[in-house]
Design a binder for this molecule. Structure first.
Ligand SMILES: NC(=O)c1ccc[n+]([C@@H]2O[C@H](COP(=O)([O-])OP(=O)(O)OC[C@H]3O[C@@H](n4cnc5c(N)ncnc54)[C@H](OP(=O)(O)O)[C@@H]3O)[C@@H](O)[C@H]2O)c1
Length: 301
């Protein structure tokens, strides 16, 4: 802030502070001098009254004339006043107060900075822990696609399976029992009921979809989060859901049926650059199985 005077000289804040301080000091010293003069004058009058004219000569606190006690008491106040003007107010002036405030503010700012650093450190530790937790959950969950597809990749027709292979059904049951089975709404509706001993999760875009013994999911990732406690959730079809989950799956349990069929739903291509066959088991056709088939296991490279 800058004040402009009539003679055009400028006085900045620092100079104004100094002028104000000088004025205050003059006032303090004037009051002290007035106090001293008053003391001398009143002491003189009281001495004349007490000793000169004999007023209250009988009153002698501690054996001395009362005027002496009064004067001594006053001297104490006078000394206190003197001390205040020449010591307290001199050294604890506005500049000293400002410095004290500055020190306190500096101290508080340093504390705030320290707390901030601590909070930042804690926030990054929490974020790190969350990241590790998520990573660990992802890595311990083995997402497995399970399907039966013919040589020409057929899966089904008119929302039904095309073949009946009891060994394949047993294989499916053995692998999936006790796990979460994730399926598209159409696959669920192609079955007579939900699969027993498994957590049935049905994916649909219908927000009000309901059926007995199922959990409804709005997407594959939502279905996987519902199945988060299962270390090996199975994606059991159909065509749309298989196609969408090839990117996130870790494993494919495929039954390859050695025949070609007319179909309306197909299994996606298994890219040999991305998937490695790790296990197979051949099953020839027999009196209860109209087609030969192979159980295959692929793992993502
Ligand atoms: N051979 C096998 O191993 C096997 C296994 C299973 C099924 N199948 C056959 O496959 C056929 C059914 O397969 P499909 O491809 O037609 O249907 P699907 O994949 O079973 O289900 C498709 C439905 O899932 C829901 N959906 C798909 N993607 C979604 C997403 N991203 N977000 C939310 N909802 C989503 C939609 O339901 P809404 O329309 O309700 O929104 C969609 O209509 C049947 O013939 C069945 O027999 C064969």
């Amino acid at each position: 802030m800058i004040f402009r005077r009539k003679n055009k000289t400028t006085i900045d804040d620092r100079q104004i502070d100094l002028v104000d301080y000088a004025r205050a000091r003059i006032r303090q010293k004037k009051r002290l001098y007035f106090h001293l003069v008053s003391f001398l004058f009143v002491s003189l009058v009281l001495t004349i009254l007490n000793i000169g004219l004999g007023y209250g000569v009988d009153i002698k606190p501690f054996g001395y004339p009362w005027v002496l006690s009064a004067a001594l008491l006053w001297v104490v106040f006078l000394l206190l006043h003197f001390f205040q003007v020449y010591v307290t107010k001199r050294f604890m002036n506005p500049a000293w107060e400002k410095q004290q405030i500055k020190n306190l503010v500096g101290l508080q700012e340093a504390r705030i900075e320290k707390i901030k650093r601590k909070l930042d450190k804690e926030a990054s530790l929490i974020a790190n822990a969350e990241w590790h937790k998520e990573k660990t959950n992802q890595s311990i969950q083995r997402i497995t696609i399970i399907a039966a597809a013919s040589t020409n990749h057929a899966l089904g027709k008119d929302n039904k399976l095309i073949w009946h292979l009891s060994k394949d059904l047993q294989h499916f049951k053995k692998l999936t029992s006790g796990h979460a089975v994730i399926m598209g709404r159409k696959t669920f509706e192609s079955m007579p009921r939900s699969l027993p001993n498994r957590t049935n999760i049905v994916i649909t875009r219908q927000s009000d979809y309901k059926a007995e013994n199922i959990k409804v999911a709005s997407s594959i990732s939502n279905a996987l989060s519902i199945a988060k406690d299962d270390p090996r959730p199975f994606i059991i079809g159909g065509g749309e859901i298989y196609k969408e989950s090839m990117k996130i799956a870790d494993e494919i349990e495929l039954t390859r049926v050695h025949a070609t069929f007319e179909a309306d739903t197909y299994f996606p291509e298994i890219n040999p650059h991305q998937w490695e066959e790790v296990w197979r088991e051949e099953h020839p056709a027999d009196e209860t199985h109209a087609h030969a088939f192979t159980f295959l296991r692929y793992q993502k490279k």
